[in-house]
Design a protein around this ligand. Structure first.
Ligand SMILES: [Fe+2]
Ligand SMILES: [Fe+2]
Length: 191
């Protein structure tokens, strides 16, 4: 369903479990970035009226997620702050084609893969954390991130034929899996 080519390695839970405060701060940044990505698409492709409503809906949902994480941080008296980002987003962005329309296809599919990985990790956190409030919280976000994944794959097809999109998704998913297997030293949602 999520088109991921490699499951999250076991080391990730061991990496983030002792750093849950930092993970939550990173999560807030991720939700804010996800809203920004959808908003950027609205600016990049204003002539694609058919995708505008889907994107606007994603912007709204991600901003709501952002405020939910901020609420959680506040309840736990964890100050929100800048964090050094992990390399995941940057490495994925470097894979995008430079020429349209494939640039649009790749950007949509990279957004789709980020949503899929978030979704997979929310399920891992839901199932493996002893903190009931946190596991419920991550569980509550699973469905919308899975839907965002499917929406971005569908929107990519507005820019290229279905077979082209499928082939490209396979290649990008393989690259995403390599990035995940290598991992990142920082305890992040996508490390
Ligand atoms: Fe979200
Ligand atoms: Fe999302």
């Amino acid at each position: 369903m999520l088109n991921l080519h490699a499951p999250t390695p076991k080391r990730w839970l061991d990496q983030v479990r002792p750093a849950l405060d930092e993970l939550l701060i990173d999560h807030a940044h991720c939700e804010k970035k996800a809203a920004g990505v959808a908003l950027n698409f609205l600016f990049s492709y204003p002539e694609q009226v058919t995708i505008a409503r889907d994107l606007a809906e994603i912007v709204q949902e991600e901003i709501t997620h952002f405020t939910l994480v901020l609420d959680l941080l506040q309840r736990r008296q964890i100050p929100f702050r800048k964090l050094h980002p992990g390399g995941y987003g940057r490495k994925l962005a470097e894979l995008a084609a430079h020429e349209e329309p494939m640039k649009a296809v790749d950007r949509m599919l990279i957004a789709a893969l980020i949503e899929a990985r978030s979704c997979e990790r929310f399920a891992l956190l839901r199932d493996n954390l002893d903190d009931e409030e946190l596991s419920d919280f991550f569980g509550s976000l699973f469905e919308s991130e899975a839907r965002h994944h499917a929406t971005y794959v569908r929107l990519a097809k507005e820019f290229a034929a279905e077979t082209t999109v499928r082939e490209r998704l396979k290649i990008l998913a393989e690259e995403e899996a390599k990035i995940i297997v290598i991992g990142d030293n920082l305890p992040r949602m996508h490390s």
